[in-house]
Design a protein around this ligand. Structure first.
Ligand code: FMN
Length: 198
């Protein structure tokens, strides 16, 4: 059961993300995001990773959505990647902070025009009378913005999950899998690495 040695967690995650880009048929950057509400009840949904470096894991969303409201009230969060083609999983846990306006603006501006209009038109996670209501809102904002600039809505931005824990899971035969964990030390600088039972 030999395996390649692990690097520091950020480098290791970069390598696995790039392996996934080569092997997954779509959305290699899709991750399950777990949040908790004010009563401590968890909820989970997929989001797309839109930035990753030593500062953390970035994703974008509607701040008035369920996840947005959860995260603004309680910054604890976790994300999970699972790549079926690679038989690998990464867990990342930590706390989120809101990305800067400049960063959110830059990412928003890079999105296709229709996606930007969609961000204005969708009252994400809130009840909808029917699809017609959404389509009317899309038509409204399409007309409103015409061919001009589409600013980023105040309620739409990104979060950066600052990791304090990583776990890399690799499939091994007979369910004798490999798990390598990295915990951030109290100094907030060094990582303690441990192997744990599958
Ligand atoms: C593969 C995939 C990627 C997604 N990416 C995002 C995303 O980046 N941001 C987002 O707000 N919702 C994304 N969604 C939709 C969310 O899973 C979810 O339905 C929505 O954000 C509302 O979640 P909430 O009610 O828990 O806030 C994605 C869904 C899938 C299946």
């Amino acid at each position: 059961m030999t395996s390649a040695p692990y690097l520091e967690p950020f480098d290791q995650m970069r390598i696995w993300l790039s392996d996934a880009e080569k092997s997954e048929i779509n959305d290699p950057n899709a991750m399950a995001l777990s949040t908790v509400n004010e009563r401590g009840a968890p909820s989970i949904r997929m989001v797309l990773l839109k930035g990753f470096d030593e500062n953390g894991v970035v994703f974008y969303t509607n701040f008035e959505s369920r996840k947005g409201r959860n995260l603004l009230a309680n910054s604890n969060a976790a994300v999970l990647f699972h790549w079926k083609t690679l038989r690998r999983q990464i867990r990342v846990e930590g706390t989120v902070e809101v990305v800067s306006n400049a960063e959110a603006d830059e990412y928003f501006a890079s999105r296709p025009r229709t996606s930007r209009i969609g961000a204005w038109a969708s009252k994400q996670s809130r009840p909808m009378e029917g699809r017609f209501e959404f389509e009317a809102a899309i038509a409204h904002y399409t007309k409103k913005f015409g061919t001009g600039e589409i600013p980023r809505p105040d309620f739409w931005s990104g979060f950066r999950l600052k990791p304090n824990y990583f776990e890399f899971w690799r499939d091994r035969k007979f369910r004798l899998h490999e798990r390598k964990t990295f915990k951030l030390d109290d100094d907030n600088k060094n990582w303690t690495c441990e192997e744990i039972y599958p």
